[in-house]
Design a protein around this ligand. Structure first.
Ligand code: ATP
Length: 250
């Protein structure tokens, strides 16, 4: 049986001053080696859920563990086992590509020649070897997205969270990013990602969860979800069918 990597139990978040839950009573398990896609319309709660799992915001209620670690009891071990690719660029524009990677790698305890070698190899793997000594502030959006991703994986996390990793990138960068993620997954990395690209999610994910108003309304493989809706040919049809009905048939 596959090992449970992420176990979420009745997790809720209500932001200060808000009347509504951004995430409400959400439970979910994700097993080793999955590529799990969190899909939902704007404001559904995707970023809020990922931000809780990454330790960026505190849940209002409920618990979760990643590799049996919780932030409450084992925050260091938990943080070491995950990588986080945020929606907004978390990069230093005045530093070079390599300096950025070395900075983030050093935060996870990497150092010296090993850190430099890892940064060089990572940059080469996403077609950025020739740009390693250039300031990130001069890069295109697609190049920044690639560096943003590499900064999160230098310490070889077992679980990688990505919030819209291909937003605003051209087809070449997108192909490079998705290919790189598939390679990481083939080496054993569990991936949880959010996206508005339903075709991309259909091709990429082993399982998806459709979230709206902070609640998980559907969960399953793309094939199973498509089969569950008469006349649906793809995930986009499923999504439109569910959102069109306001998710109220769940
Ligand atoms: N810092 C915050 N303070 C108050 N409310 C917030 C905050 N961040 C998000 N929200 C609200 O929580 C709800 C969920 O937002 P969230 O950003 O998690 O959705 P999302 O699914 O990631 O949306 P998008 O696809 O647009 O990125 C929304 O109603 C949003 O307005």
């Amino acid at each position: 049986m596959s090992k449970i990597v992420i176990h979420i139990d009745s997790l809720s978040k209500k932001y200060r001053g808000s009347q509504e839950f951004a995430v409400e009573n959400l439970s979910l398990t994700i097993v080793q080696g999955e590529i799990f896609g969190l899909l939902g319309p704007n404001g559904a709660g995707k970023t809020t859920l990922i931000s809780m799992l990454c330790g960026l915001i505190t849940p209002s209620e409920g618990t979760f563990t990643i590799h049996d670690f919780s932030y409450h009891e084992s925050p260091k071990q938990l943080k070491a086992s995950i990588g986080v690719v945020p929606q907004d660029f978390a990069l230093y524009p005045s530093l070079t590509a390599k300096e950025n990677l070395c900075y983030f790698g050093s935060m996870y305890g990497l150092k010296g020649k090993m850190l430099g070698d890892k940064a060089d190899a990572a940059l080469a793997s996403l077609g950025l070897a020739g740009y390693k000594d250039k300031q990130v502030g001069t890069f295109s959006g697609g190049m920044k997205r690639r560096i943003n991703l590499l900064a999160a994986v230098l310490h070889e996390p077992a679980v990688l969270f990505l919030d819209e990793p291909t937003v605003g990138v051209d087809v070449h960068s997108k192909k490079a990013i998705m290919g790189y993620l598939l390679e990481l997954n083939a080496q054993g990395t569990t991936i949880v990602y959010t996206s508005h690209h339903l075709q991309e999610a259909q091709e990429f994910c082993t399982r998806v969860g459709i979230i709206e108003s902070g609640k998980l309304w559907r969960i399953g493989s793309p094939e199973a979800l498509i089969a569950s809706i008469p006349q649906a040919n793809n995930l986009e049809d499923v999504f439109i069918d569910l959102t069109g009905r306001g998710f109220r048939d769940g």
